[in-house]
Design a protein around this ligand. Structure first.
Ligand SMILES: Cc1ncc(COP(=O)(O)O)c(C=O)c1O
Ligand SMILES: [Zn+2]
Length: 387
């Protein structure tokens, strides 16, 4: 166990790691887990990885769980990093990859966050977990909570894809569908959690989902033999995956695994809900609520993100950017990726392709650069979007 403490991402204040925590007690911003990386790096070496499990738990020393028996797992992570040769050829690119997160348990990268969050909730004594979700986080929480023997209380907008609702019901969760957006669902959890005795596992409102998701950064480095790509294109809602990868790169540098070079981090959002893109373009450090949020890419229907400043900082520090694409563009991209690469991708993942095209057109990405698109989920969960 190499966790030293939790640290507020905004004001830096220190919090105790061995009890259930939500936001910073001083400023109500997200808490991040800090490790003794020097000690962790004595056993977690590049060489040691060879014989380890093919799941994200291969990076055990930089994950927060104390007791092995508290790990709640379906074998998530260590997803394929696929060379997209045919799609690359269409774009005139020679070094294009897709990280296929649709192959995770519960068919999305949300499994990464929930394996860490549910394991820690179990370890620290929570019994009832509650979450607002755009859909995939709900399915993941329901599954991991059931496996841990914990209650899951899930709040989703009523226009969430049907597959997400059914999977939650089939895995024993208590499901409430609400009029409104994920932010309204979050407010409902906040309003009721104390009386109900729920632990709120909203993304970045507890410290551990981001720890699970950061493993995407470790995996990219390992799968590319410790040379990070030039550009990462990532469909951003709450931004937890992007924030997590950025944190992972920092940790790896501190352990001496990589140098200072970072990929340019690119946020993709849907034109109908693009708070981060708007704030990025305006040069702002926070992103006010985006009005009338709408897009068929339900995971991107996040009008306000508590980690906005962390996303925007990472985009700027990496000299990346933020791009909006229309629903028409992302739906067309899904079938283009499908036909070229045989992957039935989530609309959120599909959004990476029109974003890449725009960046190629403006010269912000060169055709010979190594680019990774994140397909964050499986298309099979979005039949309404595709029919
Ligand atoms: C398939 C998919 N992609 C992307 C996102 C956005 O993820 P993040 O909150 O890490 O930005 C979601 C969130 O619901 C999602 O379900
Ligand atoms: Zn703080």
């Amino acid at each position: 166990m190499f966790v030293t403490h939790l640290e507020c991402a905004a004001c830096g204040s220190r919090h105790e790691a061995r009890r259930l925590q939500n936001l910073c007690e001083r400023c109500a911003k997200p808490l991040l887990v800090r490790y003794d990386l020097e000690r962790a790096g004595r056993t977690l070496t590049k060489e040691s990885l060879a014989g380890r499990p093919t799941s994200l738990w291969r990076y055990r020393e930089v994950l927060p769980v104390g007791q092995e028996e508290n790990i709640v797992s379906f074998g998530e992570g260590w997803t394929p990093l696929l060379r997209a040769a045919r799609l690359g050829e269409r774009l005139g690119m020679s070094d294009l990859f897709i990280k296929d997160e649709g192959q995770n348990p519960t068919q999305s990268f949300k499994a990464r966050g929930m394996t860490a969050a549910v394991s820690m909730a179990k370890e620290l004594g929570a019994r009832k977990l509650a979450v607002p979700s755009a859909g995939n986080a709900a399915g993941a929480l329901a599954a991991y909570a059931a496996r841990a023997g914990l209650e899951a209380h899930i709040f989703m907008p009523k226009d969430t894809p049907r597959a997400n609702v059914v999977e939650c019901e089939q895995t024993g969760a208590h499901v409430t569908l609400m009029d409104g957006l994920i932010t309204d669902c979050g407010a409902e959890v906040a309003r009721r959690k104390e009386a109900e005795g729920w632990f709120d596992v909203s993304t970045l409102k507890e410290p551990y989902r981001v720890e699970g998701k950061k493993t995407m950064g470790y995996e990219l480095a390992e799968q590319f033999d410790w040379a990070l790509p030039d550009v990462i294109i990532y469909p951003t809602g709450g931004g937890t995956g992007l924030i997590g990868m950025w944190k992972a790169f920092d940790e790896m540098e501190r352990m001496g695994w990589i140098g200072r070079k970072r990929p340019r981090m690119v946020t993709v959002q849907a034109a109908g809900c693009a708070p981060i893109v708007r704030a990025y373009e305006r040069g702002e450090r926070t992103a006010p609520e985006f009005p009338d949020a709408h897009t068929t890419a339900s995971g991107l229907r996040v009008p306000r993100a508590i980690g906005d400043f962390l996303i925007l900082d990472a985009l700027r520090e990496s000299q990346g950017t933020a791009v909006a694409v229309t629903d028409e563009e992302l739906l067309a991209a899904a079938s283009e990726i499908g036909a070229a690469e045989g992957l039935f991708v989530a609309p959120e993942g599909a959004a990476c392709l029109p974003a890449l095209r725009k960046l190629l057109d403006t010269g912000q990405v060169r055709r010979d650069e190594r680019v990774v698109l994140f397909n964050t989920g499986a298309g099979v969960k979005y039949l309404e979007s595709y029919s």
